[in-house]
Design a protein around this ligand. Structure first.
Ligand SMILES: Cc1cc2nc3c(=O)[nH]c(=O)nc-3n(C[C@H](O)[C@H](O)[C@H](O)COP(=O)(O)OP(=O)(O)OC[C@H]3O[C@@H](n4cnc5c(N)ncnc54)[C@H](O)[C@@H]3O)c2cc1C
Length: 390
């Protein structure tokens, strides 16, 4: 490890990859080099490969639906253009974080060794996970790759399929499986003539797609029916167990469904187990200043980007809006630290007061921050099968 100031980025997906490239290309060359100051970017991810999880609902239907070398991309290959003196990718999982010592502890995937990494600036971009490894990474990408292969094998003979969750992931997954197995209803028909599998989608609510208008939710249900998916409202999966090769899905209305394949798509959990409790909301998201995207209570030069932050409803569009804000404020804070002579580690002296003077005292750059503005429009687009969507 060099003596440079560490810029540590946790998570190498949409947010973390964008932060790393933007920093290396546009911020690092502009930072003052007075007194021999230098910087080194550490990008940490539990997986060697990025997963194109937006394509997961289609990819899980069959091997040939999406080119496999597009589903998983080696992270290190995307950073070959940067010199090893300024960039290192480590396959490791962040296991704890100390805001006073300004360190993160990571566990290396190769040998389970722990390493404590000091940070001068830290970006938390560890995203969220779904209950099923089909729809998001849960460690190394091979776990997801194996889950996809297992699914392709099972789908060819499945007669009953239950998907729990009426959000976009559940609707999209049900639509893709429905069209692949049952085909699409003909003209003037509302259901396919010869469905191969009975597919049930549990909405868990009174309607599908909570973020969209009722009319669009209803339209999605019509499209799902046309590929042979039955939508059941007002029933939630309560517990699951197995009976031989079958999965038994016990619902909160007292009934039980049997399925050859069960896919839970019941929302996401933030990947924040390593973050101290005082920096998290009650749902586990990293408490982020909704304007500056700093994690104010973590001390200077700590930021959240992407779905793990409390500032966002999630989604890639919000990440596009957040990246320039995070990076502009990192640049300002690092320039300020370089000229003010701040060094790492430094004490956590921020009282979570957003007043500019307090912010400056906490180690942030003086003057105007770049600010984030949440886009609260109805921006969700949900494909249902291969040619329809709402
Ligand atoms: C099925 C599905 C379909 C979707 N479709 C869309 C869509 O069409 N449009 C859209 O805008 N959004 C969509 N989304 C949401 C979109 O995928 C997320 O907004 C996006 O992935 C968030 O990116 P992120 O970088 O914040 O985190 P993530 O993509 O969740 O990535 C987090 C990264 O952090 C790593 N990580 C986690 N914990 C640790 C740790 N402790 N230490 C080190 N590394 C760690 C993970 O391995 C992962 O690489 C979809 C989501 C799903 C599940």
């Amino acid at each position: 490890m060099s003596n440079a100031q560490n810029i540590v980025i946790l998570g190498g997906s949409y947010a973390g990859l964008s932060v790393a490239h933007y920093f290396l290309k546009h911020i690092l060359p502009t930072l003052p080099k007075n007194n021999g100051a230098s910087y080194h970017v550490y990008l940490i991810d539990s997986s060697t490969h990025y997963y194109w999880r937006i394509a997961a609902p289609r990819a899980l239907v069959g091997k040939d639906m999406i080119q496999q070398d597009k589903m998983f991309l080696p992270i290190a290959d995307g950073f070959k253009q940067y010199d090893s003196s300024i960039f290192t990718f480590i396959q490791a999982t962040a296991t704890s974080m100390d805001t006073n010592a300004r360190t993160v502890t990571i566990e290396h995937a190769s040998n389970s060794d722990s390493q404590t990494l000091p940070y001068h600036a830290l970006v938390i971009a560890t995203g969220t996970r779904t209950p099923s490894p089909l729809l998001s990474l849960q460690g190394d990408y091979k776990i997801t790759q194996n889950a996809l292969q297992e699914m392709w094998g099972k789908l060819s003979s499945a007669k009953t399929i239950v998907i729990a969750g009426g959000g976009p992931a559940g609707v999209e997954t049900a639509g893709e499986i429905g069209e692949a197995l049952n085909g699409v209803a003909g003209f003037f028909q509302s259901r396919p003539a010869n469905p191969k599998a009975k597919i049930t989608l549990l909405s868990g609510s009174t309607k599908l797609l909570p973020m969209l208008r009722p009319a669009l939710a209803k339209q999605a249900e019509v499209y799902l029916n046309r590929v042979g998916v039955d939508v059941v409202h007002n029933a939630k999966m309560q517990s699951v167990d197995s009976a031989g090769a079958q999965t038994l899905i016990h619902l909160d209305n007292g009934s039980t469904l049997e399925a050859d394949i069960y896919i839970p798509a019941t929302g996401v959990t933030p990947n924040s187990a390593f973050v101290p409790a005082n920096l998290k909301t009650d749902k586990g998201y990293v408490k982020t200043n909704g304007k500056t995207l700093r994690v104010d209570e973590a001390g200077p030069r700590v930021y959240a980007a992407g779905d793990v932050g409390s500032y966002t409803r999630g989604g890639v569009m919000d990440i596009y809006d957040a990246i320039p804000v995070v990076l502009t404020n990192i640049k300002r804070d690092l320039q300020h630290a370089a000229t003010a002579g701040a060094s790492s580690p430094s004490p956590n002296n921020n009282n979570n007061n957003n007043n500019e003077k307090q912010s400056e005292l906490a180690g942030n750059a003086p003057g105007s921050d770049r600010t984030y503005k949440a886009n609260l429009k109805e921006t969700q687009l949900v494909p249902v099968g291969r040619s329809k969507g709402v």
